[in-house]
Design a protein. Structure first.
Length: 172
């Protein structure tokens, strides 16, 4: 596995890899809320292992990763939870100018260089760029506006990804 990604002078070095039951983007949950109870793991490369100290005290972590199977980008997309075209920056669509994703997952445990996690909506083999602790008093703003998503009546738990993830804008 290539551990460095470079383009236009920006170098991102993965710190590990995410393991999940999803080998194909089609049919996988599109947000952690749709993946409740789905187990996975994070395998941290040994040279970054010391960075895991004190993480076990958190019940959730934010995983920042590379959409490594996403091809190209589109500035206007039809998001998975909507039927109307939207600007990509007003969505969480994976086909972005910089294909970076994030998920808030439940941290089940830490053993050596491996994190046991739940609520995983990420493809198996995804390069992990960073981990941050989820802190509800800092990271949660439940009373804020949520744009077009607030008008959406679809249940995130019932929506699964389609071919748009890998570069087919029609989803077929």
């Amino acid at each position: 596995m290539n551990r460095e990604y470079a383009e236009d002078g920006v170098v991102l070095r993965p710190i590990g890899v995410i393991r999940s039951p999803y080998e194909d983007p089609v049919g996988m949950p599109i947000q952690p809320g749709g993946a409740r109870g789905v187990r996975g793991a994070v395998e941290i490369f040994p040279e970054f292992g010391d960075g895991l100290a004190d993480l076990e005290g958190f019940s959730r972590v934010i995983l920042i990763y590379l959409f490594h199977r996403s091809v190209g980008h589109a500035l206007r997309v039809v998001p998975f939870l909507d039927v109307r075209e939207r600007g990509v920056f007003a969505t969480r669509a994976p086909r972005r100018p910089n294909p970076i994703g994030l998920s808030v997952v439940r941290l089940v445990g830490v053993e050596g260089y491996r994190l046991a996690i739940e609520d995983v909506d990420i493809l198996d083999g995804t390069p992990l760029l960073d981990i941050k602790p989820y802190i509800p008093s800092i990271d949660a703003f439940p009373d804020e506006r949520e744009g077009w998503f607030g008008e959406c009546d679809r249940d995130v738990r019932e929506v699964r990804a389609d071919r748009r993830f890998v570069g087919d804008p029609t989803g077929e």
